[in-house]
Write a protein that binds this ligand. Structure first.
Ligand code: ZN
Length: 236
């Protein structure tokens, strides 16, 4: 059977370990790696959507150019037919001018369509290469998630091992000490200090010679008192 002072020291050690585990759980390097891998998946998806959207845009540009080209061809055919029926040279000149204008428009349109076709062909290649990376990106993310889950499970197992120990130790404290312990743990992060020489190991402050004497007197029965500096339960 442990003394109350020994119980406090052990309980504080278990709580320090538990706290360490909880901090470690939040700061796992696996957590950063999983987050980075998930960002990589999102980036991959954004890029796929961006390239696919641009390919669709270019398809619309090409379709429009085809339709306008067909219209221009129709108009030109009609004008050429008209050409055969005119007699006045002025009228013929006007028609020739119109035909030349249509040829100019047609050249511009063809050039624009060619540009769109070239860009689309490049993007088709890029999309194919991008889709080729899909499995690697998704696998890396799934693997990073698994590694994180496994690291978290390891820590959780240690916490589950420590928690009953803690409960058992805590249950042996009297109500008043237990309450005080809980308050100190919450406000200071640790509830117990040990008198080492004239120093409290909780706050690392020195007690005066008179305070040390008082602490020794007060702890004579139970083995602990309160640190006059930080208020922690001071094991003497
Ligand atoms: Zn102290």
């Amino acid at each position: 059977m442990l003394s109350a002072a020994e119980t406090l020291v052990q309980l504080a050690a278990v709580d320090a370990e538990l706290n360490q585990r909880r901090v470690a759980r939040e700061r796992l390097p696996e957590r950063d790696r999983a987050a980075a891998a998930s960002v990589a998946v999102a980036d991959w998806e954004n890029e796929r959507a961006r390239v696919a959207a641009r390919i669709d845009e270019l398809t619309a540009v090409i379709d429009r150019a085809e339709a306008q080209g067909a219209e221009l061809t129709d108009t030109k055919t009609r004008l050429e037919a008209q050409m055969k029926t005119v007699i006045a040279s002025r009228e013929a000149e006007a028609l020739m001018h119109e035909i030349a204008t249509i040829d100019g428009q047609r050249d511009e349109l063809d050039l624009a369509e060619l540009g769109a076709l070239e860009e689309q062909s490049d993007l088709d290649d890029r999309l194919a290469a991008h889709l080729g990376q899909q499995e690697a990106v998704r696998t890396a993310s799934a693997q990073a998630d698994d590694e994180l889950a496994s690291a978290v499970a390891d820590i959780d197992a240690e916490v589950e091992r420590l928690e009953p120990q803690r409960a058992e130790l805590f249950a042996t404290l009297d109500d008043r000490t237990g309450r005080r312990y809980g308050q100190l743990l919450e406000s200071l992060g640790s509830a117990v200090g040990q008198l080492e020489g004239s120093r409290c190991s909780g706050c690392h402050l020195d007690l005066s010679a008179a305070e040390v004497d008082t602490a020794r007197d007060e702890s004579a029965a139970s083995g602990f008192t309160e640190c006059p500096q930080c208020g922690r339960l001071l094991v003497v």
